[in-house]
Structures are given as C-alpha cells and as structure tokens.
Design a protein around this ligand. Structure first.
Ligand SMILES: Nc1ncnc2c1ncn2[C@@H]1O[C@H](COP(=O)(O)OP(=O)(O)OP(=O)(O)O)[C@@H](O)[C@H]1O
Ligand SMILES: [Mg+2]
Length: 239
C-alpha cells in the first residue's frame, strides 16, 4: 500500500481518492495571487499538525518573514508546528549566485549548475533531520537563479532528481496548464493542481482549483471553488 498525503482542503481529498501518493512530484500551477504559496504551506502545516509529518518549504522569491506574515494573517500559526515545517529562505543563496555570475562575465553567460545549488542545500537540510514533504517555491525563480539555458534537458534531470529524493514534492509554477501549449513540466510531473481566478458575471471573481492530473489516482478532474476561512481551505463544487 502506498501512503497517501492529504491536502487537508475540506471536500477535496475525497475527490482525489484520499490524497497524494507518496513520492509524487506535484505541480501547483497558477497566475499571481491564486494562493499557490498559501495552499502549499497549508498542506505542509496540516500534515505536521495532524500526522506529525515533517516538511521543508524552500522559498526563493518571497522571503521567510513575508511568507510567515501571509500565513499568519490567514489564520495558521507556524509556532504550532515548530520544527516540523521548516521554511528555508534561499534568497541569500540566490543573491550569491547572481554576484558570482556578475563577476565572471567573460563573454558567454556562466551557467551555474542549478541542481547543485538546491541539492547541496537540501542535503544539508536532510542532514539536520529527515522530511517527507517538500515545497519548492518556485520553478520559474529556480530557472532564473540557475541561468538554465537547455530548459527541456534541465527540467528532465531536475524532475528525475526530485523523484529520486523519495519525498513528496510540490513544485510551484506560475503558468496554468493550457491545453493549447505543451510544457515539459506538465508531462514530467506526477500530478498537477491548477489554481485560477475566474470572473463570474460583471463583478465577481472566484478562486478555483482543479486536479488536472494525478498518476495512479482516479481523481475528479472537475473545477471546484476554493475558499479559505480561519486558516482552513475548503472547496465547493461549481454548479
Ligand atoms: N487572510 C486572508 N484570507 C483570505 N485570503 C487572503 C488573506 N490574506 C491574503 N489573501 C489572498 O491571498 C493572496 C496571496 O496568496 P499567495 O501569496 O499564497 O498567492 P500566490 O499564488 O503564491 O501568489 P504569487 O504568485 O504572488 O506568489 C493575496 O493576493 C490575497 O488575495
Ligand atoms: Mg507565491
């Protein structure tokens, strides 16, 4: 039996047969402000709170303080989970890489091996305590800081490496899957949650979530309205 990790989004886990299979790499995709970071954090937070599962949240753009401010305002309390959810702020590493690139400008751009940056970091983190859930926030930023040029090959190796890590990973990406545009990461990921904000009528905008794919799971591919109240996410069916 494969272990399943719940999203703890009320009403949603039953639509994905109980949760995300252990070891999956899941894309959390959506435009700005669709609550990708908050949702990903809340999955780690609730797994820690309810099941004692350890998680690591690697934030590359938004700093740790800003992320903590956001989730606290939403009604979650990072103190309640303590070390069970570790937020790793690698914006400092990122700045270091940029400086390195600036000082080594000798014609062609230097490609910093992007896997090495993250690998080294996560191996350090694993050394100080094992974890089962990982969030990488976000894929576009990781691409920028790594100076990735051969995107298709780079992503292929990166996803392969993530799968070999044997943790369940949420990779935040900024573009929603578009049936007209084929993106490598959509094929490489084991699962995709697509988050959107949809205009309804003249004035209203609703947040939506859809499980586009989840390997090995007979999930509902339908669209749900996503709401958050007192730090808890829940879905309702769009009629
Ligand atoms: N207390 C709250 N309750 C409900 N919604 C909130 C609350 N605080 C902020 N929000 C909403 O959450 C949004 C930000 O969520 P979050 O940072 O998780 O989104 P994101 O998709 O990660 O955004 P980005 O693309 O900028 O990283 C805000 O724009 C706001 O609309
Ligand atoms: Mg975010």
């Amino acid at each position: 039996m494969v272990r399943l990790y719940k999203t703890f989004v009320h009403g949603f886990d039953e639509e994905i047969e109980g949760g995300i299979p252990q070891g999956h790499v899941v894309l959390v995709a959506g435009p700005p402000g669709t609550m990708k970071s908050s949702l990903a954090y809340s999955i780690l937070y609730n797994n820690a709170l309810h099941d004692g599962t350890s998680g690591v949240y690697v934030t590359m753009e938004q700093d740790r303080e800003s992320l903590e401010f956001q989730i606290t305002r939403m009604g979650m309390d990072p103190k309640k989970v303590g070390d069970k959810v570790r937020i790793q702020d690698i914006s400092r590493i990122r700045r270091g890489v940029e400086e390195l690139r600036d000082t080594s400008r000798t014609g062609s751009p230097v490609e910093k091996p992007w896997l090495d940056i993250l690998k080294g970091h996560l191996e350090d983190v694993k050394g100080t305590g094992d974890f089962a859930l990982l969030v990488l926030d976000s894929l576009p930023i990781l691409e920028i800081i790594s100076g990735l040029r051969e995107r298709r090959i780079g992503l292929f190796h990166f996803f392969g490496w993530l799968k070999a890590l044997k943790v369940t990973t949420f990779v935040i990406s900024e573009v929603s899957p578009d049936p007209n545009i084929v993106r490598d990461e959509d094929f490489l990921a084991d699962g995709i949650f697509a988050l959107t904000m949809d205009r309804v009528g003249e004035l209203d905008v609703y947040r939506r979530i859809r499980c586009v794919k989840m390997r090995g799971v007979n999930h509902n591919p339908g669209i749900f309205t996503l709401e958050v109240e007192d730090g808890a996410f829940r879905v309702t069916r769009v009629i």
